[in-house]
Ligand binder design. Structure first.
Ligand SMILES: Nc1ncnc2c1ncn2[C@@H]1O[C@H](COP(=O)(O)OP(=O)(O)O)[C@@H](O)[C@H]1O
Ligand SMILES: [Mg+2]
Length: 259
């Protein structure tokens, strides 16, 4: 694989659209497809990933950035589905408050990680500030998550506009999450793709859709991933489909690059 082509940013613009849940579920689904996966919690301060998984990490990003721990030491392992987590708390503050050198060092660590894992997933905080956009920018794919709500559409659009300004060739794909039914999911995708085509002159492809499923909240409440708790649920099936589509797209991009 080309360096960084295995990095996957989960972004949105708006909070509460299901980025953290999707990051965990995608990490689990990819691990189930025999991929070694690192999930990086880029939503510093809120430490969502370990809470959703019931992990109590004894090392985190702060230890890595200060040089107290190597990457191998700084990660925690989530045993149930089998992937590594780099937790982001320990008072490191939001990315937007991080000094430039620290941000550069963080990006370098992520680049290094992309050489040791098959897949590196970055669960980003909501927001379109420079630090957020810059850490989430790399040679891989960015999954822009939206529900069907109008505010999630406008915020996703704002995110894509800024990301394109930084990197016109950015590989961005849409994921619709937590839409009540297929019709509203289709409507949301067609609205965002029309806005992008009209004002940004590009049409982001749809990578996949996960509909609203009450098993999602129930799994989160029991601090476990959807596959361990509700393997037969629609949400688990739809995330598996999403993960397979992602692997197929990575292979396709790889072939295009080497052609
Ligand atoms: N597909 C879904 N079906 C039902 N509820 C969902 C779904 N996706 C997300 N949620 C709900 O949305 C809440 C917010 O998700 P979260 O991953 O924390 O969002 P974000 O990281 O974007 O702020 C979760 O606690 C969960 O209850
Ligand atoms: Mg989150």
């Amino acid at each position: 694989m080309t360096p960084e082509s295995n990095m996957i940013t989960i972004a949105s613009g708006k909070g509460g659209v299901g980025k953290t849940w999707l990051s965990i579920s995608l990490a689990s689904a990819l691990a189930r497809e025999n991929q070694s996966v690192l999930l990086f919690d880029g939503d510093l301060g809120l430490a969502n990933v370990d809470v959703q998984l019931g992990l109590v990490p004894d090392q985190d990003l702060g230890d890595l950035l200060s040089g107290r721990a190597t990457l191998t030491k700084a990660v925690s392992h989530y045993d149930a589905t089998g992937f590594d987590v780099l937790a982001g708390k320990s008072g490191s503050g939001a990315l937007s408050n991080m000094r430039r050198e620290r941000l550069d060092s963080l990006r370098q660590h992520l680049r290094d990680a992309s050489k040791s894992y098959d897949q590196v997933i970055l669960d980003m905080a909501a927001g379109v500030d420079t630090a957020n956009i810059s850490v989430g920018s790399h040679g891989g794919m960015t999954l822009v998550v939206l529900t069907g709500e109008p505010t999630s559409l406008t915020d996703a659009y704002a995110f894509m506009k800024l990301r394109r300004m930084r990197d016109p060739g950015a590989d961005m794909r849409i994921v619709i999450n937590n839409a009540p039914d297929k019709e509203s999911a289709d409507k949301a995708y067609s609205a965002i793709s029309k806005a992008c085509a009209t004002f940004l002159q590009f049409r982001p492809p749809l990578l996949g859709t996960v509909l609203t499923d009450s098993h999602v909240g129930a799994a989160i409440r029991s601090q476990s991933d959807i596959f361990s708790r509700y393997p037969q649920s629609d949400a688990a099936r739809q995330v598996t489909t999403l993960a397979r589509a992602l692997l197929a797209e990575q292979k396709r991009s790889e072939r295009r690059r080497s052609a």
